[in-house]
Write a protein that binds this ligand. Structure first.
Ligand code: KG4
Ligand code: ZN
Length: 336
């Protein structure tokens, strides 16, 4: 079967094609709107929706041409329908419905976080050794910071999540306070890693929120960095700024690492996988040396993860044919 999957949950228009017979990814297209959003200092949902209208059909055509297929060769269509920016998701869901209607093929709606959760399995396609289930999985991006126990494609349990900002959002907002353009996370990571004079990453003792259980909180850190920035005022040299962002990064990452370790202990599970945009962070990769991180392209939003999730569900007869049946809404239960 050839599966065509789409993701439009935020500001990337993504399309991918998976062959379930050869268990192979045939196309993997990501068109980012980040340049468009940088001028506004962040994602503007309405503009993201309009960008998807332009970029998504091109991404789908490109995926078909990369796979040397036509629309009629596709057996099943999938799109993520939650969580994400509602207008952006609507473009992808409507588009997939249109494709399914035009070709008289089924379509399915999937959960974007569930797709992130199984993105590590894309590594196996490139011959990487991916840890066996069960996993403690951390999805950490601009929109999410959530922990799960993953026992297989049929068995996912939500363990905790952020009570306010996501970790990537904390990177971006702290970066914005200090004059970085959107998205600040990758720029902070690069600067701290490669500054000629290494940062003093212990100089500022920023708070790590004492949240209950396996939950996170990052909004206090943003306020603490803001207050420190104001206090430094005209003493803010390049080195102070570097040490400030390096210390803030340490505080964000320490919270992630400590909750991952708590989850490992609570569940008696050794294997850890980390995905989502913040999983590209080089310091996080250093701090969790035994965790599996997908390659950066598959940590950030992409449709390959949606395609492989669809394929896994097809293989386990779990993919619901929606056939315009709106009751097939996907959702990972959260025990809030
Ligand atoms: O998964 P993603 O592409 O989109 C969603 O938010 O769903 O993640 C983007 C987020 C942004 O907040 C960005 O600043 C952060 O991931 N990010 C990073 C790094 N690369 C991306 N944060 C820290 N270090 C990085 N290297
Ligand atoms: Zn995402």
């Amino acid at each position: 079967m050839k599966l065509l999957a789409i993701d439009t949950s935020c500001d990337e228009s993504c399309a991918a094609i998976f062959d379930t017979h050869d268990w192979k990814l045939l196309a993997d297209v990501v068109t980012s709107h980040v340049k468009e959003m940088a001028q506004y200092g962040g994602v503007v949902p309405e503009i993201a929706s309009r960008e998807h209208l332009k970029a998504l059909p091109l991404a789908v055509n490109r995926a078909l041409s990369d796979a040397h297929l036509t629309l009629n060769d596709i057996d099943w269509f999938s799109a993520t329908s939650r969580p994400g920016l509602i207008g952006a998701l609507l473009v992808g869901v409507s588009y997939v419905k249109g494709l399914a209607y035009a070709t008289e093929k089924p379509f399915s709606l999937l959960d974007h976080l569930e797709a992130h959760l199984f993105s590590p399995l894309l590594g196996e396609l490139d011959g990487e050794k991916v840890p066996p289930f069960p996993w403690i999985a951390l999805v950490v991006s601009g929109g999410h910071t959530e922990l799960f126990e993953v026992r297989g494609v049929e068995s996912v349990e939500w363990l905790g999540g952020t009570l306010d900002d996501a970790a990537g959002e904390a990177f971006d907002k702290i970066g914005k306070l200090l004059g970085f353009s959107y998205p600040a996370g990758p720029a902070i990571d690069r600067w701290v890693k490669s500054a000629a004079t290494p940062a003093d990453r212990t100089k500022y003792k920023f708070p790590i929120a004492k949240t209950e259980g396996l939950h996170f909180s990052f909004s206090g850190l943003k306020t603490a960095v803001n207050l420190e920035t104001k206090a430094l005022h005209d003493r803010m040299t390049e080195f102070e700024k570097l040490s400030l962002v390096a210390s803030a990064q340490e505080s964000i990452l320490a919270a992630l690492v400590s909750k991952v370790q708590m989850a490992q202990e609570a569940r008696g599970i050794e294997q850890v996988v980390v995905t989502g945009g913040v999983a590209c962070n080089s310091r996080l990769r250093e701090l969790l040396p035994n965790a599996y991180f997908p390659k950066p392209r598959h940590c950030t939003d992409n449709a390959a993860m949606v395609a492989i999730l669809s394929a896994l569900k097809v293989r386990s007869s779990l993919l619901k044919k929606s056939h315009f049946d709106e009751t097939a809404e996907p959702c990972i239960p959260r025990n809030f």
